[in-house]
Ligand binder design. Structure first.
Ligand code: GSH
Length: 215
């Protein structure tokens, strides 16, 4: 299915962009994509700042020029316009629960990974927090961040020992945010999910096998 009037500004190596690419692939929606080269700091350019003043990717731009930033807001819009293959459940209760778990995956997993990476990477000196303002790195946050990621893995294991997917019995947006955080922790922090986490391994194998994951 093609949504000809939408345009996604994104970057191949950006985990937040990957969350949206997977979401689109799960829905079977194809839209125009514009690459923003983070390595060349294109996100900080005048031209891109006019599209997204927060100077981050991804940004979804609608036919009337409205720019939607922040991954959960992009998820919400795409879910509303393409309700088939639901990724936020099918009832008010499920919608609230998926929203709760997706937010927890973002705050406890994704944000912990990002905080650790951004306070450690040499290339992010002076840009420890993505967004409008420049902040210096705080090295002590790296150690704490690794502890946060480890705690996230433990909490996820406890959850997945109870249920097949993060938000319950069905694959959802919460699984997308969780697996993108985990993949990035393995790649950028060399902090993979522990081998001993059997329930998480079972979940990971099932989720990673979905065709959308290569998006
Ligand atoms: N909360 C934002 C976070 C976006 C974000 O941090 N994007 C990163 C790439 S994953 C970025 O654009 N970084 C640019 C920079 O660090 O200057 C969202 O949900 O979209």
């Amino acid at each position: 299915m093609s949504s000809e009037n939408l345009k996604l500004y994104e970057s191949a190596g950006s985990p937040n962009s990957r969350r949206v690419r997977i979401f689109l692939a799960e829905k079977g929606i194809s839209i125009a994509r514009v690459t923003i080269d983070l390595g060349a700091k294109e996100q900080l350019s005048e031209a891109y700042s006019r599209i997204n003043p927060r100077r981050v990717v991804p940004t979804l731009v609608l036919a009337d020029g409205t720019a939607i930033g922040e991954v959960p807001a992009i998820f919400l819009y795409l879910e509303e316009i393409h309700p088939d293959s639901p990724l936020f459940g099918t009832s008010p209760k499920e919608r609230a629960l998926v929203t709760m778990w997706e937010r927890r995956m973002e705050l406890e997993g994704f944000a912990a990974v990002m905080e650790t990476v951004r306070n450690a990477a040499a290339g992010l000196k002076g840009r420890a927090i993505a967004g409008t303002h420049d902040y210096e790195q705080i090295p002590a946050l790296v150690e704490r961040g690794r502890l946060r990621v480890t705690d996230f893995y433990a909490d996820l294991e406890a959850r997945l020992a109870e249920l097949p997917f993060v938000a319950g019995n069905e694959f959802s947006a919460a699984d997308i945010t969780a697996i993108v955080a985990i993949d990035f922790a393995g790649k950028a922090l060399n902090l993979p999910m522990p081998e001993s986490h059997q329930a998480s391994k079972r979940w990971y194998a099932a989720v990673a096998a979905r065709p959308s994951m290569s998006a």
